[in-house]
Design a protein around this ligand. Structure first.
Ligand code: NAD
Ligand code: ZN
Length: 360
């Protein structure tokens, strides 16, 4: 047995309003006056001066607004990197991602691809990155994915939706300011929050579970219940706690694995572009057979918060399209092995997945 020796975020600051300390955090990391910081900012903040006016720009620093409407793509990373190389005269001092999982993943990937040759899709997989990334900072503005703490950046490439999993992927610095999440729309709050809940259920019910993962997973699950089930917290406490739930959920899967909802949601996302949070919810809603208690509580939370999930996503798909989706889902072997065990292939067949997808 060989145990994983995994890197963590080296520095983290937490607190309402700590975003205001960005300048003092970044200044010592500036390589020189010609080496800019590049801020990748979710374009939902364009024109929102309450956030943008607090981004500390000096010298040749650049803000690049990026849309989070679609899942991040390897080709998008290639374009961002090319743009940065063409518009800067020297190696950047750092990449700072400000947004949800989409922007955080793009920031991680861009920081890797600025020091590694070739195409981003060459590095989708496990431990393929050769050179250390440039200094990168993650500032989440919505809570749940755990992307702020994870060792991966999930990207849709030409062939697969697959992460760049490497020791160089985690952020060098994370800024956890729950106040930044205050304007997240209700439905999105639920979908991304449920990503965290599903991380906990999949980790805690997986065959890869160990005391390390369990300790973080149980903590995150308790926080999710306080926020989404008990419903007694003030808005501020709920924001603070969901940010920490996301962190703990990410730590839990770092040392175990996700499961069936994620495998199948990757399939939906690859074929139909369904976004991660809502896709996980749509799949998880159909997984009573695998996660009976987790799904029961999920349905209760959905009702409590008046969330209607879209229906009929797969109603008009061709056999060929089902095949594409099912093959993407089945290719994620560690997720199935975690969920079901080493002999998962006996229970999980092409036909079984088709029947499940047909319900969505
Ligand atoms: P997101 O980044 O896709 O954003 C969802 C929506 O919320 C967007 O419309 C965005 O503009 C909006 N938004 C974000 N912050 C806001 C704010 N403060 N106010 C108003 N609107 C705001 O959402 P997400 O669920 O955080 O991220 C999903 C992505 O994360 C997927 O691409 C998924 O693959 C990835 N992911 C990565 C990991 C990882 O470990 N790297 C883990 C899970 C998910
Ligand atoms: Zn997830």
């Amino acid at each position: 047995m060989s145990y994983k020796n995994f890197p963590m975020v080296s520095r983290v600051i937490f607190g309402r309003g700590c975003f205001n300390q960005l300048n003092e955090i970044l200044s010592p990391k500036r390589l020189n006056e010609k080496a800019p910081f590049i801020f990748l900012v979710d374009d939902v903040f364009r024109g929102k001066s309450s956030l943008t006016s607090r981004i500390p720009l000096s010298y040749d620093d650049i803000i690049m607004y990026v849309s989070a409407k679609e899942e991040p793509k390897t080709s998008q990373v290639d374009e961002l990197v090319e743009h940065i190389i063409l518009t800067t005269s020297e190696r950047s001092s750092g990449i700072i991602g400000i947004g949800g999982g989409t922007i955080l993943d793009l920031a991680k990937a861009v920081s890797i691809m600025l020091t590694n040759e070739g195409n981003t899709s060459d590095y989708q997989g496990w431990d393929l990155v050769k050179n250390a990334a440039i200094y990168h900072v993650g500032i989440p503005t919505i809570s749940g994915t755990g992307a702020e703490v994870s060792r991966t950046t999930v990207l849709t490439g030409p062939k697969l939706k697959l992460g760049i999993n490497s020791d160089f992927t985690p952020f060098d610095q994370v800024i956890l300011d729950p106040e930044l999440t205050k304007d997240v729309p209700k439905a999105q709050w639920f979908y991304t929050g449920m990503d965290c809940y599903i991380h906990c259920i999949e980790s805690l019910n997986g065959t890869y579970l160990n005391a390390f993962s369990q300790s973080y997973g149980e903590q995150a699950l308790d926080l999710c219940k306080e926020i989404f089930v008990d419903n007694k917290l003030s808005k501020k406490d709920a924001q603070d706690k969901l940010m920490m739930a996301s962190w703990h959920g990410g730590m839990s899967i770092a040392y175990s694995q996700v499961g069936i909802a994620h495998a199948m949601s990757y399939g939906l996302s690859f074929l139909l572009g369904t976004k991660h949070g809502i896709g996980n919810c749509i799949v998880f809603d159909q997984l009573e057979e695998f996660y009976p208690e987790g799904v029961k509580l999920f349905k209760q939370m959905k009702k409590e918060h008046n969330i209607e999930l879209p229906k009929g996503l797969c109603a008009n798909l061709s056999d060929n399209e089902f095949d594409v989706m099912i093959n993407v889902a089945l290719s994620l072997e560690p997720l199935w092995e975690n969920a079901i065990g080493k002999d998962w292939k006996k229970r999980i067949t092409h036909g079984k997945l088709k029947a499940l997808y047909q319900k969505m």
